[in-house]
Design a protein around this ligand. Structure first.
Ligand SMILES: [Zn+2]
Length: 498
């Protein structure tokens, strides 16, 4: 995700002063798609009610390393229900989130079947946004079980990851998805308002979505659309992806081109004059990151302009860019940042709840590298970094003055940050400073080599900071753990422009 954090200082100042897949042909993706969980979702949109009725078949492949009797899935849309106590928005973001006034969403489970038998299911988790399924038997490691979940999704009228507004429908984090299994248990973290509080294993997807013909659709995976009697049916396939998101738009055009075997698309509003310019930026970004970090392994990438509460949001093969961004340079920065997430978050995964810095700081610094190597966009690396540094120093100074102390840790879990500002300054902006310091210390060549090793070694996995340290130790032939830990723990003091 990308926030408008260069605008944040203005905001914070005011606040404080005033107060059968066809999707991927690449052999690499084909190879890793074996022995994965498969989601097969058949869904239909009722456009009047803004409801989706769906049947989701999960062929769950147990690769947890242990036998299981229970399975847990996130029901993220339930965070939008009226009685949710942990909501994905805050009092400060509500006006942006609900331009038409407060609206609720929900996900109601109709029934659950395990290997064809209807099973009792329970809502679980801190805020009843987890589906707990008792299998009724012990699922051995490396074995598969078929789970069928029938559900109705109510889409809220809002500009969030899940929401509809002004002719667009964002479908992010919209279906029951398996909780990741880590440290011997399923991770049941709720849908926090800070950061992108998600973590999921790569899986295969086959999705069929029915919707009124007036909508254009972009999504994860390869899309085949047929229309009949005013209804479009999209058949979508994706292999070895971490999540599956869609965006429907009734007022957009899609422009596309093929680059190195990847279908790159940009969906913007029909009246926009910059459709091809933004497509061209997406192509340049894909080409540069392919060269700098390692090849993008999938065969589609879509950039979608849509109403969105923050600057942008990343999903596998598809990213949202907020239509509220008026400034051209800011819009370009968000496109590049979100595409960088295809390397950091999507292909190389990480736990975005507990180690958000790992993908966000990398996505942001990757943007600085892109603009350095693509000077035609008129955004210089030096400006990018010095803007981050001066903004960071000012933030630290203001908070220190007002509160008498300031948290400068980058490595907190998203729910441990006091607010979105603290999270953004520490995770994104300080991350840029950290990587710029590293570049000064080891040289850009070794920094890129470290990132290439991190990418290559952790593709399709969920990486941790240990994997990250290992990659840089291998690239730089020195132990950089203390360097990184100093920034992450807040013990390294950043005091002036270097
Ligand atoms: Zn991001």
């Amino acid at each position: 995700m990308k926030k408008f954090f260069y605008l944040f200082f203005c905001s914070i100042f005011v606040v404080f002063v005033g107060l059968g897949f066809v999707g991927c042909s690449s052999s690499e993706v084909d190879k890793v798609s074996k022995n994965l969980t498969t989601y097969a979702i058949s869904a239909s949109l009722d456009d009047e009610k803004k409801e989706i009725t769906a049947s989701e078949v999960i062929y769950f492949y147990n690769n947890t390393g242990t036998d299981l009797e229970e399975i847990y899935l996130h029901l993220y849309p339930r965070a939008f229900r009226e009685d949710a106590t942990i909501k994905p928005y805050t009092a400060l973001t509500m006006a942006t989130c609900f331009p038409n006034g407060l609206s609720y969403g929900d996900l109601n489970i109709i029934n659950v079947k395990v290997n064809g038998e209807i099973k009792n299911h329970k809502l679980a988790g801190e805020d009843e946004d987890i589906l707990k399924i008792n299998l009724g038997f012990k699922l051995t490691n490396k074995k598969t079980v078929e789970i069928v979940i029938e559900f109705i999704l109510t889409i809220p009228n809002c500009t969030h990851r899940l929401g509809f507004y002004q002719g667009n429908i964002n479908l992010g984090n919209w279906y029951p998805i398996l909780c990741n299994y880590e440290n011997g248990e399923f991770q049941l973290s709720p849908y926090y308002s800070t950061g992108d509080p998600f973590c999921s294993d790569i899986s295969n997807y086959k999705v069929e979505m029915k919707y009124p013909e007036k909508y254009k659709l972009c999504s994860t995976g390869k899309i085949d659309v047929k229309s009949d009697a005013g209804i479009s049916t999209a058949t979508i396939s994706a292999k070895a992806v971490r999540d599956f998101a869609l965006c429907l738009s009734s007022s957009s055009e899609i422009v596309s081109t093929n680059v190195d075997g990847v279908l790159v698309s940009y969906m913007g509003y029909s009246y926009d004059s910059d459709l091809n310019a933004n497509l061209s930026l997406a192509v340049d970004t894909l080409k540069y990151f392919n060269k700098a970090f390692g090849k993008y392994p999938y065969n589609s990438l879509s950039v979608v302009k849509t109403p969105f509460i923050y600057g942008g949001m990343e999903y596998p093969n598809v990213v949202y860019i907020s239509d509220a961004i008026d400034d051209e340079s800011e819009y370009q920065k968000v496109i590049v940042h979100e595409i960088a997430h295809q390397w950091w978050y999507s292909t190389v995964g990480n736990n975005e709840v507990t180690e958000a810095w790992l993908d966000e700081s990398l996505a942001e610094y990757s943007s600085a590298l892109f603009f350095k190597n693509n000077p035609k966009y008129g955004i210089t690396y030096d400006d990018f970094v010095s803007s981050a540094l001066s903004s960071y120093l000012l933030y630290v100074d203001v908070i220190q003055t007002i509160r008498g102390e300031v948290n400068t840790q980058m490595n907190l879990a998203v729910n441990e940050y006091q607010n979105d500002y603290e999270y953004s300054y520490m995770v994104y902006i300080k991350g840029v400073i950290m990587f710029d310091c590293l570049s000064d210390a080891v040289g850009e060549g070794k920094l890129l080599s470290g990132l290439q090793k991190y990418y290559k070694s952790n593709k399709f996995k969920i990486a941790t900071k240990t994997n990250f340290y290992d990659a840089f130790e291998s690239a730089c032939h020195k132990d950089l753990k203390n360097f990184f830990e100093g920034f992450l723990n807040g013990t390294t003091i950043i005091s002036s422009i270097n």
